[in-house]
Design a protein around this ligand. Structure first.
Ligand SMILES: N[C@@H](CCC(=O)N[C@@H](CS)C(=O)NCC(=O)O)C(=O)O
Length: 319
């Protein structure tokens, strides 16, 4: 039974994270983030960038228009996912890796994301616990008695959204069969999406995923009530850490999905923690302000699709 995302468990199915990998197709100057407004992992990295006080150039990859599969993007990130960070032409991928790389490079000077030697293990543990929650399945899979918020629709719940991606990837693989890098990226991605889809539609899977999430939140409650948070600190350390960045985006997503009553209504320490996380300026800037669906997703997607219909796009980009 699959209870965790493939990126956390099946390293053999996905390309390894890149760190500072030189890339001729990436912008060669400055700090750039390729991201999607509503994506959980993009939210985490945007908050991290804001905490560190870094200026960055935004490149929105519209997952709503499947731009993560466009050849120009796949050449930056062969996992066909957001986010991707580029610093002076060098590419870093994988959310946890991006956040650690940023914290290692810029954190000390800014006294940000600094934790003591003793806290390090606990911070790493809570980062892992958040990263292995199967949020994609909770977002797109059917949950009994729950009506998903806009723009998630009924079609996605039956696995159709993922099936459409599988079909699109089969076509892209065919179109680019003579380009080994693209062909391999599309093949791997198709396997990942197929496995994810199976985890959502196989009977019994979704209830098991909800139970696993419930157990994780129960551990979270215990940690909040016995760890640094109890004495005015954060989840795993005195100072705000990358573990808190992870859990802020996760709790915000679970609440948006309408899962709060089921998961932590009866756990007030989680509510108190969530309120503290959501009140942070970096959370407002990196997460909440990008969550205005109409302005950040619906309008850009309509505009993009119109231009596409008029033949004014190429390779997933507007001409
Ligand atoms: N944690 C992994 C996976 C990231 C991930 O799954 N990103 C989602 C958005 S939160 C995505 O790009 N989905 C598009 C797709 O899979 O087609 C990483 O950071 O590389």
């Amino acid at each position: 039974m699959r209870l965790k995302p493939l990126y956390a468990t099946d390293q053999s199915l996905v390309d390894a994270p890149l760190t500072d990998a030189p890339c001729p197709w990436a912008p060669q100057q400055g700090l750039h983030l390729y991201h999607f407004p509503l994506s959980l992992d993009s939210q985490k990295v945007r908050q991290g960038l804001d905490e560190l006080g870094l200026q960055w150039q935004s490149h929105v990859i519209l997952l709503s228009a499947q731009q993560q599969f466009s050849p120009s993007y796949v050449r930056l990130n062969s996992r066909c996912v957001v986010p991707t960070l580029v610093l002076n032409g060098k590419v870093t991928t994988d959310t946890n890796n991006i956040l650690h790389t940023l914290a290692d490079r810029f954190g000390a000077d800014r006294n940000c994301f600094q934790v003591s030697e003793e806290e390090r293990g606990s911070v790493a543990h809570w980062i892992e616990r958040a990263a292995e929650l199967f949020i994609e399945a909770l977002t797109y899979g059917p949950i009994k008695g729950l009506k998903k918020p806009f723009p998630l629709g009924k079609g996605s719940e039956a696995g159709q959204y993922h099936q459409d991606k599988v079909d699109l990837l089969s076509k892209l693989r065919e179109t680019h069969r003579d380009d080994p890098a693209l062909r391999s990226a599309y093949e791997k991605k198709r396997a990942v999406i197929q496995a994810t889809r199976e985890a959502m539609v196989t009977p019994g899977q979704m209830p098991a995923i909800i139970d696993a999430t419930m157990e994780a939140l129960e551990s979270l409650r215990r940690q909040l009530e016995s760890g640094p948070f109890r004495d005015g600190g954060w989840l795993a350390s005195e100072a705000f850490s990358l573990a808190d960045v992870q859990w802020g985006a996760v709790l915000y997503r679970l609440r948006w999905l309408g899962l709060q009553p089921q998961l932590w209504e009866a756990r007030p320490s989680i509510s108190a923690y969530a309120e503290m996380l959501f009140a942070k300026k970096s959370f407002q800037t990196g997460v909440v302000q990008w969550s205005r669906v109409g302005r950040t997703v619906v309008l850009p997607t309509i505009r993009y699709k119109l231009l596409q219909a008029l033949g004014l796009t190429r390779d997933g980009r507007i001409l």
